[in-house]
Unconditional design. Structure first.
Length: 622
């Protein structure tokens, strides 16, 4: 296997000793440069393979890189590793850990659930809360933070600290560590034991790191300690593709890297071999507006053709239909698995799944996040709808009779459940309930009757407004000390999802079909080593590292791109980088979609399109 390298790629590949930073733009052949540099170190510089360490962020990328290296060089002994695998190797050798000492994801989740139950923390969706807690624990660890100075996002501080301390006590009591501990323990070991640090410094004379823009503080500090003496560190990254601030990563580690080494050499891989020149021009116009970045002009290879278009739709449902129709036309020349629809939030998948099922377009959902129809908010709405159709369905009645609170205590409900007949009827005639409580039950029954006579869309709207469900979500959010915006947005998405149905039964039947299709989408195996045929549906975060012939960026409007939570300049710049990552996935066709309304409210096109989009001509300025 031979490849032709350009001048900058050759400079990076031939680099021998000392620190080097390679700024690698999208589609610039960074993996080729890394593998050929390792080959050059072994064959031309006569470095023993076991003295070379190559680090990447995922096991899959490590295996891919090792496979590509072995296809061009049969030298064995180079260590291709993730950060976690490397750090575990280090602490295992010192402390004697074995694989069984590691708390896996399932054990971690179950332990946290038990702690939450033990502390009697009220929560609607414990799976969602546990996922969020795990993410926050990782941020604390990866940023080397003291919990005393951390402000939790998903629960009150006192509750969060209790959960954190009890989980720490569990790990200590069971003599186990989790993946976050691997990083912290390695850092503490390097800081405390000079002999251990010197051993690992001698072991690896050359260190190469891919995707350096995704590094976090504890990883950065460990690596800097490891290479402090020999300084043979070769990093490859792109500050413009740093999009994991929520995990503790950030572009600042790449931006400040030159400050650590006086003799640093820098190479810019600025030729994009992936995309057409017009797509590259669009991407450059977007990212150049970020201030905190390395100045680099990405160029192409004079590829022409394809389409670069703004799509405009009335609302999110018509947007999904317009994109679906466009995909059907494209499929005459392009296979479905060469097309991706990319969006900012997971809940945006809903409209595309609905439409693609209607149009018989196969799809694969990249993010394994629960569907919006699996969220506890939808389960509440489903319970309202089911109760309206069948008021004697006790399970659904019990779920929502106090959403919002109608002051029907658990004691009253428990007593009513012991009697024969339906729960709702028993509550109406309950001896335990007071007059004002019975009035509330009568009111609830009135709401159910009104809901049963409405279309699904009007029913959901009625539940939100007349029955007071939106107010319930706001009260719940206030109690949990969180913003209600996310839950209200889910309600808006659910209301939109019901628009095209005339009966509640029809709507709920559709939901069940969607959930089954999504399950099959996740479980569909690859055939003959090839990816399953289907349009990729993905968030902007999850599409990083991938490429497609055709890319649709959905709902490029204010509030989504950039996301409404982004207020500060660093947050806005992170959102711009995220948008840039989505744009740079496209090889030939790029469609940027905007809508006039979201959830029946007018929205403007994204600020990131300023200077790029001509509203009068409804075209891109390229």
């Amino acid at each position: 296997m031979t490849v032709s390298l350009n001048g900058n790629q050759l400079d990076a590949m031939r680099h021998y000793e000392g620190p080097m930073m390679v700024l690698a733009g999208p589609g610039s052949g960074k993996t080729t440069v890394i593998t050929y540099r390792v080959k050059n170190l072994i064959e031309s510089c006569h470095i023993p393979p076991n003295k070379i360490l190559v680090i990447s962020f995922t096991k899959a990328s490590c295996l891919e890189m090792e496979g590509r290296f072995l296809s061009i060089c049969n030298a064995r002994g180079v260590m291709f590793s993730t950060f976690h695998a490397l750090f575990f190797k280090i602490i295992r050798q010192h402390y004697g850990y074995i694989i069984n000492d590691i708390i896996d994801e399932d054990e971690k989740r179950e332990t946290l659930k038990k702690i939450i139950a033990h502390k009697k923390i009220s929560v609607h969706d414990i799976e969602e809360l546990v996922s969020n807690i795990i993410l926050e624990f990782s941020v604390i660890a990866s940023s080397l933070l003291d919990i005393k100075y951390y402000s939790p996002i998903n629960m009150p501080y006192d509750e969060f600290v209790d959960v954190y301390n009890l989980y720490s006590a569990y790990k200590k009591g069971s003599n186990k560590i989790d993946f976050d501990d691997m990083l912290i323990k390695c850092y503490n070991l390097f800081m405390a034991d000079q002999q251990v640090l010197e051993f690992w410094r001698r072991k690896f004379s050359f260190v190469l790191i891919d995707e350096f823009q995704d590094i976090n503080r504890v990883q950065y500090e460990c690596i800097m300690l490891l290479v402090k003496k020999h300084k043979n560190i070769f990093i490859v990254g792109d500050d413009d593709q740093s999009i994991y601030k929520f995990r503790g990563a950030g572009p600042e580690f790449l931006l400040k890297f030159p400050d650590a080494f006086e003799t640093l050499k820098k190479v810019v891989l600025n030729i994009n071999y992936r995309s057409t020149d017009k797509i590259i021009d669009i991407c450059n116009q977007v990212i150049i507006k970020n201030k905190f970045r390395y100045d680099k002009k990405i160029t192409g290879t004079q590829k022409s053709g394809g389409s670069q278009v703004i799509l405009r739709s009335k609302d999110i449902n018509s947007e999904a239909l317009n994109i679906g129709t466009k995909i059907q036309l494209l499929n005459k020349k392009i296979s479905y698995n060469e097309i991706a629809v990319i969006y900012r939030n997971n809940i945006q998948a809903r409209s595309f799944v609905d439409v693609f099922l209607h149009l018989n377009i196969p799809f694969q959902i990249k993010d394994k996040a629960p569907s919006i129809y699996e969220h506890w908010v939808f389960k509440d709405i489903k319970a309202y709808l089911k109760s309206a159709l069948a008021p004697d369905n006790d399970r659904y009645v019990e779920r929502v009779i106090n959403k919002p609170s109608r002051y029907i205590s658990r004691i009253i409900i428990a007593a009513a459940k012991k009697k024969e007949g339906s729960l709702l009827n028993n509550l109406l005639h309950s001896k335990e309930a007071k007059a004002y409580q019975k009035n509330k039950i009568e009111e609830f029954k009135f709401y159910l009757n009104a809901i049963s006579k409405r279309t699904p869309y009007e029913a959901v709207k009625y539940i939100r407004e007349a029955a007071g469900y939106d107010n319930y979500l706001k009260q719940y959010s206030e109690y949990r000390k969180m913003s209600p915006k996310g839950l209200i947005e889910i309600m808006g998405e659910l209301q939109e999802s019901a628009k095209n149905f005339q009966s509640i039964d029809g709507y709920l039947g559709h939901v069940e079909m969607v959930l089954e299709e999504i399950k099959e989408s996740y479980e569909q195996p690859a055939k003959n080593g090839e990816a399953a045929n289907g349009v990729t549906l993905s968030t902007l975060h999850s599409v990083k590292g991938l490429e497609y012939n055709t890319v649709f960026i959905a709902s490029c409007v204010d509030g989504l791109i950039p996301y409404e939570k982004a207020k500060t300049e660093p947050e806005i710049e992170e959102e711009r980088r995220l948008f840039y990552v989505g744009l740079t996935r496209a090889k030939e066709n790029l469609f940027i979609s905007i809508v006039d309304q979201r959830y029946e409210k007018d929205v403007g096109y994204s600020v990131f399109l300023e200077g790029l989009y001509n509203p009068k001509r409804k075209t891109l300025k390229i």
